[in-house]
Design a protein around this ligand. Structure first.
Ligand SMILES: C[S@@+](CC[C@H](N)C(=O)[O-])C[C@H]1O[C@@H](n2cnc3c(N)ncnc32)[C@H](O)[C@@H]1O
Length: 142
């Protein structure tokens, strides 16, 4: 697996220290939150034999890469908070970044986003959402 993750506003080490996210886990996963946050940015890291991770500090709007992805987890804040990340152009950009039969998935269930995804050429399904959210969207590039 080759995983690329984008973050426009990374937390500082002081903020991470205060957050103390590690304390919420009883068992340590292969890649703990601490290890994850300590990994350098902009440099692909081999986490295990089958898992490479690239963390990038960049806005999605400015991101470009000579790769295509099988899956996009579009985990942006909701459109009420960041409408600029839910535009037709952002969904089109996702489409360009995904391989044929690739999957875009998000907690978002907004009708206008669903319609834009369909217009762009995704096959969109409404799935049961996580706890507290009735629905979420899955879009497959057909
Ligand atoms: C809902 S959070 C998800 C974070 C991460 N997936 C997680 O589970 O911890 C949305 C994240 O998007 C980041 N963000 C905000 N604007 C962005 C942008 N234009 N491009 C990329 N990331 C952005 C925020 O700083 C925030 O960390």
């Amino acid at each position: 697996m080759d995983y690329t993750t984008l973050e426009a506003y990374p937390l500082t080490s002081e903020e991470l220290e205060i957050l103390n996210y590690e304390s919420y886990f009883e068992n340590s996963p292969i890649l703990s939150f601490k290890k994850f946050t300590n990994l350098p940015w902009e440099k692909t890291q081999e986490i295990s034999q089958n898992f490479k991770l690239l963390k990038k500090v960049i806005k999605f709007e400015d991101f470009s890469i000579n790769e295509i992805y099988d899956v996009i987890f579009y985990d942006a804040f909701g459109s009420h908070a960041q409408p600029e990340l839910w535009t037709y152009n952002c969904m089109k950009k996702c489409n360009n970044l995904i391989a044929p039969n690739g999957v875009w998935v998000s907690y978002c269930a907004k009708g206008s986003v669903r319609r834009d995804l369909e217009t762009i050429g995704f096959e969109v399904s409404r799935l049961p959402g996580p706890p507290g959210k009735r629905e979420m969207l899955r879009a497959i590039k057909v």
